[in-house]
Ligand binder design. Structure first.
Ligand code: TNX
Length: 569
């Protein structure tokens, strides 16, 4: 446990007490006439003694005011057919909370019912992710048109239960929740190239993020300092390319590592079962020094030409390691056949092992003196076409807009810390004008590697996009639909928090930067548009719900920054 962790545990204990009295729900709550609506008045404690501090806020919540559901004795879950896998994961989540026997065989009078059903109130939801959760004194019923919707409903139900076992029977307040997402894409990016993370660490982060209805995990698998997944036919990519990390520099302070193909498949399967779409990224043509150092002297490889030095368009010739944080020094040459032999092998294997629809080819930060704009465009067009040929939709950082004609449906991820009509936002505007869909990750609003506050002693992040710090307000008080002038709101398909890792040696450091700020992005991605920028009430109400997440994160052994912005106690 880090010092930060000890502090968060102490705060969590206080938060648990506060949570029990702070009834609250979304500003967007729509209650039918006559229904008792949860209010923001802290004195309005909910009758079950469990605060409705839901994160992200649901579209519509009605506190029915009736007796809560008491889960004691046998807890019977009815989830059959397509609902069964979600029911089994829900049962697993309940076990640590209760000594009651959990019976998944269902039956007419089950306590928890998960049912695939047409819910007319969700007719406007184009994502298929919506659900309705109805809790009465006799049962909690989740209905949704898809298993993904049932999963989202079960994550909400879990938030209506205590974070940890209390010894008392589990109670669930009587509520009706109708809920669906604003955006189909709600992502977290993990950079396991700059510092290695194990599959187990990544799976724990999937669980934590999925609890907040994050449905996309973008894995940044390769960069200048490391290549992290074994590729058939090219063992040096990982045996050489996976050995270091940022800061290694001969000191071995920052060891590398890599996943076997089977481990990648295991993480993909784990994510899929939790309705998290895995998106692999092989960053190219820049950010490729690990590939170049591993393969430009791979003269014995029968799949390559015998002299693959032609892949190397970096500033280092012959190739050499650079474990610093410098960017813009490496590039794969678009003219080399060996470049495309490698790119095809990497893309085809990742496409085959990835259940989801996307594959990201990067495309960021290639200076003109490393590759001319024409050579950059040639590279990105060919890489994107390889992705399309492998049956996936290409994604890349928004610079790919400069590559010109890319396959239909290509998605651009906007990252500049610029908004409105600022010239630096040109890549985002250009991508949208070309008909690409946009994922919003503006660095000063969504880069989870940035510091919370200057001088904060435990802050291990970078500050280039957030010189004055970016605390929760910066991550919460903006609107992905309107950030960029000249971008049609309909082009925006969602938001993603990017956890770059140059400075993050440990997973505790990574967690502390991601939480609680990822919750702000999860809410922007899921909950209806609101006046988050203008209204202090909207923001304060969000902060009260963040406070209730402290014990939940602690129960999952997730470190977080106990920002003074949040009324933790
Ligand atoms: C910029 S923005 C990068 C990454 C760094 C990050 C650090 C972008 C697409 N590239 O290579 O890790 O800043 O904050």
């Amino acid at each position: 446990m880090t010092i930060a962790r000890a502090r968060s545990v102490a705060i969590a204990a206080l938060t648990a007490a506060a949570t029990a009295i702070a009834g609250c729900t979304s500003a967007t709550t729509a209650a039918p006439p006559g229904a008792r609506q949860s209010a923001h008045d802290p004195a309005d404690s909910d009758p079950a003694g469990v605060a409705l501090a839901l994160m992200p806020a649901p579209v519509s919540l009605t506190a029915a005011g009736g007796d809560p559901l008491m889960l004691d004795g046998d807890i019977r879950i009815d989830a059959s057919g397509d609902a069964a896998p979600v029911g089994a994961l829900l049962a697993d989540a309940l076990r640590p909370l209760t000594s009651a026997h959990i019976d998944e065989t269902g039956g007419a009078d089950a306590d928890i019912v998960l049912r695939i059903a047409d819910v007319p109130a969700l007719d406007g939801d184009g994502t298929g992710e919506g659900y309705r959760l109805t809790v009465t004194s006799s049962a909690a019923t989740i209905e949704a048109p898809t298993p993904h919707g049932l999963w989202n409903g079960s994550e909400t139900l879990k938030q209506l239960l205590p974070a940890t076992a209390t010894g008392a029977p589990l109670t669930v307040p009587a509520v009706t929740i109708t809920d669906y997402p604003r955006y189909a894409y709600r992502g977290l990016m993990l950079d396991i190239a700059r510092h290695f993370r194990t599959p187990e660490e990544v799976m724990a982060l999937i669980d934590a993020a999925a609890g907040y209805k994050i449905n996309t995990l973008h894995l940044h698998l390769s960069d200048d300092q490391g290549f992290r997944v074994a590729i058939d036919g090219f063992p040096l990519l990982t045996e050489v390319g996976g050995q270091g990390a940022v800061g290694t520099d001969g000191r071995k302070m920052d060891p590398g590592g890599y996943w076997s193909r089977a481990q990648y498949q295991q993480v993909a399967t784990y994510a899929e079962a939790r309705f998290v779409t895995l998106i692999p990224e092989v960053d190219s043509p820049g950010h490729t020094n690990a590939i170049i150092v591993s393969e430009s002297t791979d003269t014995e490889n029968p799949l390559l030409s015998g002299d693959p030095s032609g892949i190397n368009c970096s500033i280092y010739r012959p190739a050499m390691w650079d474990y610093s944080t410098a960017v813009g020094r490496s590039a794969l040459c678009p003219e080399s056949d060996d470049t495309w032999t490698l790119m095809t092998a990497i893309i085809d294997q990742l496409a085959a092992d990835t259940p989801g629809p996307y594959l990201n080819v990067g495309g960021d930060e290639v200076p003109d003196n490393v590759l001319s704009p024409e050579r950059y465009a040639a590279f990105v067009q060919r890489a994107a076409q390889l992705v399309a040929d492998a049956g996936k939709t290409p994604m890349g950082w928004a610079e790919i807009a400069h590559a010109g004609s890319l396959p239909e449906g290509t998605v651009a991820q906007y990252w500049q810390p610029a908004s409105g009509s600022d010239g630096r936002a040109e890549s985002g505007r250009s991508a949208a004008e070309q008909g690409m869909k946009i994922v919003m990750s503006p660095a000063n609003r969504a880069y989870l590697d940035q510091i919370y506050a200057p001088g904060e002693p435990d802050d291990s992040g970078l500050s280039w996009a957030c010189p004055d710090g970016c605390d929760l307000d910066q991550f919460y008080r903006w609107d992905p639909a309107t950030l960029l002038d000249g971008v049609d709101p309909d082009s925006v398909i969602g938001v993603e928090g990017a956890l770059w890792a140059e400075t993050l040696q440990t997973v505790d450091q990574a967690e502390r930067l991601a939480f609680p700020r990822l919750l702000a992005l999860a809410e922007l991605g899921w909950s209806p548009a609101a006046d988050r920028e203008g209204s202090d009430d909207v923001y304060d109400e969000f902060l009260r719900r963040v406070a209730a997440q402290g014990p939940r994160l602690t129960a999952q052994d997730i470190d977080f920054y106990a920002t003074p912005a949040v009324p933790w106690n």
